[in-house]
Design a protein around this ligand. Structure first.
Ligand SMILES: [Zn+2]
Length: 302
């Protein structure tokens, strides 16, 4: 692997997912209106989610171009290239391009993506000063925006042919990889399309958008909504936010795979964003879960 001295870690790998489990907020900038360039450069995931909702076609295109990256980074890359008036072409770090025999042109500005940065954990007051050294518990990863990537069009040199990838997702593979079981649908009270409990989901066979509901119910499981519930002061709000999160995941996956059902989801999520009531934490969780479910369903390739 290449290492440029100012690159804190492996500069061509991508976070597996952006989520509160692994990632931290890079900074405290709250997203008000969608002032696209500035806002997404700050890595505000609420804004990125808003853009995904208003420009659904970008997600599918971005996946085709940047499938090796997390969904959040795919969108970040696409939006920055579009801002520069560049097509959605392969991106790589300065050194990765050099290894492919291409060189970044003079004066080209890098695009920024989230990457994991290793941070040394501050030692507890009681712990010996050196206890955090290099040990497993000594460091943790934070996702930070770093301007390390250039598009093919910002480079020159030897010929380079991009690999084209068509988004694909297999439900059986994904369910197995995430340890989720589909059980025979139980008719509960009311007009349910599906449900999730513990690590099982049930899908109504009459559901016209079964794939969307599958994403939604899988998201409930992946996001931990079906784990043993703890008591909350505001149980109703917590439930609503969980529904918004699960539906956000379903939307992203439908948009990415270009499946029907996007319009049905969009309205619901937009309402949450426009009311300003969806926490940034939830936006990150939505991207994180969508990423995990997408990656879990990739056909095995060797
Ligand atoms: Zn739900």
């Amino acid at each position: 692997m290449n290492a440029q001295s100012n690159h804190p870690s492996n500069d061509t790998t991508d976070p597996q997912f952006l989520g509160p489990e692994a990632g931290q907020q890079a900074d405290g900038k709250a997203g008000g209106s969608a002032r696209d360039v500035q806002a997404h450069e700050l890595g505000d995931m609420r804004t990125i989610l808003h853009i995904a909702l208003t420009q659904p076609g970008v997600m599918n295109q971005a996946y085709r171009a940047f499938h090796n990256y997390s969904i959040g980074n795919q969108l970040l890359a696409a939006l920055q290239l579009l801002d520069k008036g560049l097509p959605l072409a392969p991106i790589a770090s300065f050194n990765a391009w050099r290894e492919k025999g291409r060189f970044v042109k003079k004066g080209e500005k890098a695009i920024s993506l989230f990457m994991p940065i290793s941070v040394k954990r501050r030692a507890d007051k009681d712990a010996p000063a050196d206890s955090a050294e290099a040990g497993e518990g000594g460091t943790f990863s934070m996702f930070m925006l770093r301007p390390n990537w250039f598009s093919l069009n910002q480079t020159e040199g030897g010929a380079f042919t991009a690999e084209t990838v068509t988004p694909a997702w297999d439900a059986v593979t994904a369910m197995a990889a995430l340890d989720i079981i589909e059980e025979p649908f139980e008719h509960l009270q009311g007009n349910h399309l599906g449900y999730a409990r513990a690590r099982s989901i049930g899908l109504n066979p009459l559901n016209p958008l079964k794939h969307k509901t599958r994403f939604h119910e899988m998201a409930h499981v992946v996001l931990g909504h079906t784990a043993v519930a703890d008591m909350h002061d505001d149980e109703a709000l917590k439930r609503q936010i969980e529904e918004a999160e699960a539906e956000g995941v379903a939307y992203l996956l439908c948009a990415l795979l270009d499946l029907p059902g996007q319009a049905e989801s969009r309205f619901y999520i937009q309402g949450w964003l426009q009311g300003g009531t969806l926490p940034e934490k939830s936006a990150k969780r939505i991207f994180g879960a969508a990423d995990r479910i997408m990656k879990a369903g990739q056909p095995v390739q060797h």
